[in-house]
Design a protein around this ligand. Sequence first.
Ligand code: ADP
Ligand code: ZN
Length: 204
Amino acid sequence: MDIFTGQAGWIEVVCGPMFSGKSEELIRRLRRARIARKRVQVFKPTIDDRYSATEIVSHGDQRLPSDVVSSAKEILEKLDWRAQVIGVDESNFFGPDLVDIATQLADSGKQVIIAGLDTDYLGRPFTPMPDLLCIAESITKTLAICMRCGHPAKHTQRLVESSELIVVGATGMYEARCRRCFEPGVSKQEVMDFARPPKAAGQG
Ligand code: ADP
Ligand code: ZN
């Protein structure tokens, strides 16, 4: 229950691959909250400074001022407790602590809107999104357009070689792919090598 408004809180999750419109949807919901004269606060992780250090920015260049934090716990430290609506972008970068923080915020009457990647570059569930989906009141899955075939895309294809879970980047490093076109963990070079016919005996 919110001590200022007496309102019950809840958690909304917006998840999907890169380029699927998660940030656009988060920005849309937060703008509507402002129109409803609600006090809004937005957080994003320091790890994602691709476009701006002080705003959340969508790939279509929509922007909203945000507080940058280096951990989920810092959300509570920087929180303006008068805020009624709390947005969190790039939530998959916050790790498991975000589950408790989101619960505390919702329990104290806040409307918590969480956007993040539901799967990683290998197609595996991305911590802490699965747990957040379980505790949320509302879930929206956004899909992108597959860059190979144009079908709805639920995967984030990494185009550069790395076995690190987190490699921050956007166009050129990642693209959206559908279930059929997704090649988990296979770099472009490996695919080409695999497709090449083996050399015949005696050939140089
Ligand atoms: P996300 O937060 O999910 O990465 P954004 O909200 O930042 O997505 O960006 C969505 C926008 O990205 C779309 O409105 C569109 O302009 C652009 N875009 C670029 N590539 C794609 C794609 N493959 N599928 C859909 N939208 C794309
Ligand atoms: Zn495809």
